[in-house]
Write a protein that binds this ligand. Structure first.
Ligand code: GLP
Length: 262
């Protein structure tokens, strides 16, 4: 795992978008695993700008979103499909039929089959829940879990209440989510966390013991996982000098950071 700490949330988003754009430049039919949440809004805004400036196209891409609330119609403004349309899909040349969500409550295995048919996910984006969830894999989700229906924790409903007008009781109690094992199948993973509210969980997820109580710790089992943080989210890390040193001597990150600075 490599941890890149950027000066602020904007540069964290720019670096994340630059990594996606670099992978798209290398493979026009990229299969992307996408995430939602406030952290991702900035990433998608930067990515749209990079596509335009770089003359890049998503017309051959396929996307698989991590999760979706149960019981919301696709056109409900609170659904993750609506979120993705608003923040990314409506602004790019992606084929709508090639954007997928785990909407069908009965059929997690069908979603897994669709991912396999697309050749597997090349790059999976992840945000981090304040309780350590990835996707909607709440604490104690099995590291072997696959796409399925889950129950949202009270902490998650509280955390996401702002997007439902502020009342946690309006946040659905259930969701469909890729499982942790599904996420770990991706060929490359990028986890992004910003803001002080994430600092304690970032430290637990990255430096704490691997445990199903903190689902994001499963990422230590992935051979190609990158983490991008801003200063606030990184503020609880104990060994950040070592992470900075590694990144400062990694040609991959030096090139990407330089590309972002221009
Ligand atoms: C939701 C999503 C997660 C996301 C998390 C972070 O719970 N299901 O996939 O990672 O939010 O959200 P935010 O970026 O708003 O903090």
């Amino acid at each position: 795992m490599e941890i890149v700490i950027t000066p602020d949330a904007e540069s964290a988003a720019r670096l994340s978008a630059a990594l996606i754009a670099a992978r798209l430049r290398g493979k026009t039919d990229l299969v992307l695993g996408l995430a939602t949440g406030r952290t991702m809004e900035r990433v998608y805004a930067c990515f749209i700008g990079m596509l335009r400036r770089g003359g890049l196209s998503c017309s051959a891409c396929r996307t698989f979103n991590l999760d979706e609330y149960a019981g919301l119609s696709a056109d409900d403004p609170h659904s993750y499909r609506s979120f993705m349309n608003r923040h990314l899909f409506d602004a790019i040349d992606i084929v709508p039929a090639w954007t997928h969500f785990p909407e069908d409550e009965a059929e997690g295995s069908r979603y897994e089959a669709l991912i396999r048919q697309a050749g597997g996910i090349d790059l999976q984006l992840l945000g981090l829940g304040e309780n350590g969830h990835i996707g909607f894999n709440e604490p104690l989700s099995s590291f072997a879990s696959r796409t399925r229906r889950t129950v949202l924790s009270q902490a998650t409903r509280q955390q996401n209440a702002a997007m439902f007008g502020g009342d946690a009781s309006d946040v659905p109690t259930g969701a469909m989510t890729m499982g942790i094992a599904t996420i770990l199948d991706a060929r490359e993973i990028l986890l992004l966390a910003t803001g002080r509210a994430k600092a304690a969980m970032v430290a637990e997820a990255l430096e704490g013991p691997v445990s199903a109580s903190v689902p994001a710790t499963a990422l230590h089992w992935h051979a190609r996982c990158h983490v991008v943080l801003d200063q606030d989210a990184a503020s609880g890390l104990r060994r950040r000098d070592e992470y900075d040193w590694t990144v400062g001597h990694s040609p991959h990150w030096i090139d990407l950071l330089a590309a972002c600075a221009t």
